[in-house]
Write a protein that binds this ligand. Sequence first.
Ligand SMILES: Nc1ncnc2c1ncn2[C@@H]1O[C@H](COP(=O)(O)OP(=O)(O)OP(=O)(O)O)[C@@H](O)[C@H]1O
Ligand SMILES: [Mg+2]
Length: 295
Amino acid sequence: MSNTTDSNVSHEAGAHRGGDTLTGSGAALPGQGAHAGDRTQPQPGARPVKAPLLEIRGLHKRYGETVALHNIDLTLHRGEVVVILGPSGCGKSTLLRCINGLEPIQGGEIRMAGVGVFGRDLGWDAVRQKVGMVFQSYELFAHMNVIDNILLGPMKVQKRRRAEVEAEADRLLERVGLLARKQAWPRELSGGQKQRIAIVRALCMNPTAILLDEITAALDPEMVREVLDVVLELAREGMSMIIVTHEMGFAEKVADRIVFMDGGRIVEEAPPAEFFAAQRTERARVFLNGMDYVI
Ligand SMILES: Nc1ncnc2c1ncn2[C@@H]1O[C@H](COP(=O)(O)OP(=O)(O)OP(=O)(O)O)[C@@H](O)[C@H]1O
Ligand SMILES: [Mg+2]
């Protein structure tokens, strides 16, 4: 089966979003360009061609003798949300980690439009500023309060001035409902709050795209929603994202395109309505039958 069926994203694909908003509204979240308006003001019949943003070609990844990724081709378009689904061990985390240079690759290339090939035209430290990542574990520094955790990357790595970044951090904290906890220590926050801080920390680097790897997997069920709402809002505002999740209801709602992986390969790609209505492979059918629909 082809894994290069990167269909262009239609207005319709994004128009299903928007039912979930954050409390309060402020400045737009960073990282989105003019395409953000595409989602909120669909023009009937229009099917704009979205420009490719991240292009992965022939990606091959081995851990010793184990081949974790076989010849992966995947394109993320500007303003698009791709959700990767698949059974444990199929290579989802490995794919995200290869994209932002946390794992060396043995073949293929990853490029960003207008920037070039990662690791060749752009060093991996620079890649990680353009492509933010949030993991299952929050990874906030325990000895730093919330605001210092958020400001660390922008000030140390990007050499930006505290006053400028702090103003941006304050706006983002307000958007995720946590401005009042700016001076709190990580140990004083719930898992859902820590994960929202981790998202703000990634956004404060002004990334072009972000990768989310099972960011609600470690949370108690009542905290899942508050974190997924933040991601839905980011999607609605046009952030380009690749999301790995086991929350099927969320996947259906947030995705422009579902990519289903098995055994280190992409075996199905389809718009969410199509994928959830009728899977083309037996493997995907079996996978979905075993999933809970939480939201
Ligand atoms: N650091 C590593 N060293 C050796 N093998 C690894 C390493 N990380 C992952 N693997 C192997 O690579 C394959 C893909 O793992 P990966 O963590 O990407 O799966 P996944 O789809 O994210 O699974 P899960 O849903 O459980 O998170 C698995 O066979 C795994 O055992
Ligand atoms: Mg994983």
